[in-house]
Design a protein around this ligand. Structure first.
Ligand SMILES: [Zn+2]
Length: 242
């Protein structure tokens, strides 16, 4: 049987309304999806919204809404914009949907049963706008390289995923399967990251107000970047993975 063609945009970070950058990406994906359909492929075209960020929580509070109410309103704006542009996606995934949450919870629960997850202490420069940590050498004059804002020094105990243990496996896989990442320049970009060394990543955050609860740790949620990333699996295939 011929394999289907799966195309996805990055899911939108909905703490601000849709802008031309999102439109550019979604139109590009739409063109590719239509082209592959014309070639007779079974196409699945995904887009959606990344909702469990602290910035969304903050925006909702400023607007006097619950995060859910805020997201509902923003999602409508996004969907309306894509409709006006004639975007013909197959699914709009929301990371606050029950289906997605179920898959993320289950995956975290499975991970916990492996020896790839451990408790550790994270300390680093945290940029609230990025919702991410930076190493000292990654800052520009002590400021976030993207937002030019001063990050906070944060220390927290949370769960870590042993990403560093996959470094050799990933290098070998890319070498043995040259078609795995295309075009060549992107492959080289990924190899460059792998060659500079992978670090373990923290996958949970303290706080339970807005996010997906971490299995067995009521006071922690799944780190938003991990939660969001899983949409690319949960959306096309949630019945099989949930
Ligand atoms: Zn930043």
């Amino acid at each position: 049987m011929e394999k289907g063609f799966y195309i996805t945009t990055a899911i939108a970070y909905i703490n601000s309304p849709p802008h031309i950058g999102f439109a550019y990406e979604v139109i590009g994906a739409d063109i590719m999806a239509r082209f592959q359909k014309m070639r007779g492929k079974n196409v699945f075209f995904l887009t959606g919204s990344d909702e469990h960020s602290f910035n969304v929580y903050k925006k909702a509070q400023e607007a006097g809404l619950t995060p859910h109410e805020y997201c509902d309103k923003m999602v409508e704006r996004y969907k309306r914009t894509w409709e006006l542009l004639g975007i013909n996606y197959d699914r709009f995934i929301r990371t606050s949907s029950e289906e997605h949450k179920k898959v993320v919870y289950k995956l975290m629960d499975k991970l916990l049963q492996t020896n790839f997850v451990y408790r550790g202490k994270y300390s680093g420069w945290y940029c609230i706008s990025c919702e991410g940590f930076y190493r000292e050498k990654e800052l520009k004059n002590g400021l976030c390289p993207i937002h030019s804002k001063k990050p906070e020094w944060v220390e927290e105990e949370n769960y870590f995923f042993a990403l560093s243990r996959f470094e050799d496996f990933l290098k070998k896989h890319i070498k043995d399967h040259p078609e795995f990442i295309q075009p060549e320049e992107r492959k080289n970009e990924v190899l460059g990251i792998l060659n500079s060394g992978l670090q373990d990543i923290s996958i949970s955050r303290r706080g339970k107000n807005w996010g997906i609860p971490f299995p067995g740790k009521a006071e922690e949620i799944v780190y938003v970047w991990v939660d969001a990333l899983i949409n690319y699996i949960s959306a096309p295939d949630w019945e099989r993975v949930s």
